[in-house]
Design a protein around this ligand. Structure first.
Ligand SMILES: [Zn+2]
Ligand SMILES: [Zn+2]
Ligand SMILES: [Zn+2]
Length: 591
């Protein structure tokens, strides 16, 4: 993909594209000019370019409408040019750094190039000129083609004559070229590279919307099905934004296609090597030694309770057994019900992004009850008329949250009942994950949120990891700013006395860069498991991420959101009534 931020000597005509292979440009802090952001290591774009060349794999080039080198004005923000073959890759010096540049040649030269300026013809057909000039390097012996008109240069970065024009006299030193004046040698530029599969025609469109078109278990939740399609009516590339259907986002285009879904039966989630029973389920969680663990067993849940020294609060993983999973209205029933109803799960637009146009969350979500800060108020839905799995979630998560809080305070549940009721869960955030959709490290700490968050996990098994945030772990932010929060047990260099932390500059302590902390807790979330996080400090110092294996997973999270914390524009237009369900996990299985 090539868009704005073109480098000097980037080049596009109707048959040849030359661009740098990798390494983003950065704006120089002092001059404000764009320059290379550091020596280019063997970046994945370089290796995929090499693969294109060596395996004869043509690649598709996409150009943005802000690319200043395009020969004509292109019609859309991003446009697919065509298949190209990678033909040359070489090294150059740029601002003291070494960078890669590569040349692409149109794969099927018999096809017209739609991006060619109207009414013009290519002055030179590929291969019509003399062969490129070749020379071997006096120092390293490498034979290479002459790329620039100014003269042949050795383009091996390890060679002492790298990026130097030949000296004028034999005893003089070679000189680096004046970059501004460099021009491609037409013999190099317009050469034709033969491939055994030249001029084949490969399709440029994806057709995943019509993969099998049958109800194959989990197919509609697979990566191929949600990754994106080209609209069969208008040609626009669309992300899969709807939980149950494809829809073209082009205004005026009517393409809409429901995706057939075969219910994934809960029994298919069972792990034959880890059989589920009415006994307490075994644990697969792990944690670092500095984390405290207390295990208890109650009401069909194994309760792994984690505490972190220096942090006021806890994380609890309640691992469900067969009795709760299979009870009427339990995890199995909810998992099926969520597949039978469209509860409004959508991928939502994110505020910022590198690409033009809307960026979307990777996963699908919908918010019920009190609007959650990250979601536009208009996207929140009332509990009134909501389907069972949504209303049940609130009731089913109020119970374990109360139970765990009471246990933590060493009181019976009835003693905390009144306090809890005043700030009971008033929001359900439902997240739906298809294959390969994960949520990366983040925290759930927002002003106006209650200190207890409970999540019910349904479907494919997930892994939730918690780690200390890098700036607390390393005592320094990614921008190199010293973090003056007291160091936490478990962080890097915790043993350095706190006063010394405060007195010394970060550098003197050897805090040179923020590094990611190892995962302190890894919880294997099974179908029906509940996670409860309690305490603002956990969100302040720690972050968590969740990924899952399999085709379909739901996470239903309950919070208390203080209505007074919402700005007027975000206040709900409906009334958020108290929870009317009275689920009691202590009564489950009593007959
Ligand atoms: Zn050389
Ligand atoms: Zn369309
Ligand atoms: Zn979270």
């Amino acid at each position: 993909m090539f868009d704005k931020g073109a480098h000097d000597r980037d080049y596009i005509d109707s048959t040849v594209v030359i661009a740098r292979a990798s390494g983003g440009m950065v704006r120089d802090k002092t001059t404000g000019e764009m320059r290379m952001g550091g020596d280019q290591k063997e970046h994945h774009t370089v290796s995929s370019f090499r693969n294109s060349m060596m395996y004869f794999n043509p690649v598709v080039i996409i150009a943005g409408d802000q690319n200043p080198r395009m020969p004509s004005k292109v019609p859309h923000a991003y446009c697919v040019l065509d298949y190209f073959k990678g033909t040359h890759i070489w090294s150059e010096k740029s601002g003291g750094y070494i960078m890669h540049r590569c040349r692409f040649e149109k794969f099927n030269a018999t096809k017209p190039s739609w991006w060619q300026a109207q009414g013009t013809e290519d002055s030179v057909t590929l291969g019509a000129l003399a062969k490129p000039f070749k020379q071997s390097c006096k120092h390293c012996g490498t034979v290479s083609e002459q790329v620039y008109l100014q003269g042949w240069m050795c383009l091996q970065p390890a060679c002492e004559s790298f990026w130097k024009l030949p000296p004028l006299s034999s005893d003089a030193e070679g000189l680096e070229p004046d970059k501004k004046s460099l021009e491609y040698d037409p013999r190099f530029l317009k050469q034709k590279t033969r491939w055994p599969i030249d001029d084949s025609i490969y399709p440029l469109t994806s057709d995943s919307a019509s993969l099998s078109n049958q109800s194959v278990l989990g197919e509609d939740c697979s990566l191929a099905y949600w990754r994106g399609i080209m609209c069969p009516y208008c040609g626009r590339c669309n992300s899969r934004l709807h939980w149950t259907a494809w829809k073209c986002e082009n205004k005026g285009c009517s393409f809409f296609k429901k995706v057939p879904h075969a219910i994934i039966p809960p029994t298919s989630l069972r792990d034959p090597y880890f059989p589920l029973s009415t006994q307490y389920t075994l644990s697969k969680d792990t944690h670092l030694l500095y984390v405290g663990l207390h295990v208890s067993f109650a009401h069909n849940y194994r309760i792994n309770k984690y505490t972190i020294p220096g942090i006021d609060g806890f994380v609890v993983h309640m691992i469900a057994n067969q009795t709760v999973i299979e009870e009427p209205g339990g995890a199995d029933d909810m998992f099926v019900a969520l597949q039978e109803t469209d509860i409004g799960l959508r991928r939502r637009a994110l505020k910022s992004g590198v690409l033009k146009g809307d960026n979307y969350t990777r996963h699908f979500l919908v918010n019920y009850g009190m609007p959650y800060k990250f979601i536009a108020a208009t996207d929140s839905v009332s509990f009134e008329g909501a389907v069972r799995p949504v209303t049940d979630t609130r009731s089913r998560l109020n119970w374990p949250a109360k139970y765990i809080l009471a246990q933590h305070q060493g009181k019976p549940v009835r003693e905390i009942e009144a306090d809890w009721k005043a700030k009971e869960f008033n929001e359900v955030l439902a997240l739906g994950y298809f294959e390969d959709q994960k949520i990366s490290y983040h925290d759930d700490g927002e002003s106006g949120l209650g200190s207890t968050i409970a999540t019910l996990s349904l479907g494919a098994p997930g892994t939730m990891r918690l780690r200390m945030k890098a700036r607390h772990h390393s005592g320094i932010s990614s921008k190199g700013l010293y973090n003056d929060n007291p160091p936490m047990p478990g962080c890097d260099k915790y043993d350095a006395p706190y006063q010394a932390h405060l007195k010394e500059v970060a550098k003197d302590l050897g805090f040179t860069a923020a590094r990611n902390a190892p995962d302190a807790i890894s919880m294997m979330l099974g179908h029906g498991d509940v996670v409860i996080m309690h305490g603002a400090a956990i969100q302040k110092y720690y972050e968590h991420a969740v990924e899952h294996e399999g085709k379909l997973r739901f996470a239903l999270t309950c919070r208390y959101i203080d209505p007074d914390s919402l700005p007027d524009k975000d206040k709900p237009t409906y009334k958020v009534r108290p929870n009317s369900g009275n689920y009691d996990g202590a009564a489950v299985g009593r007959g």
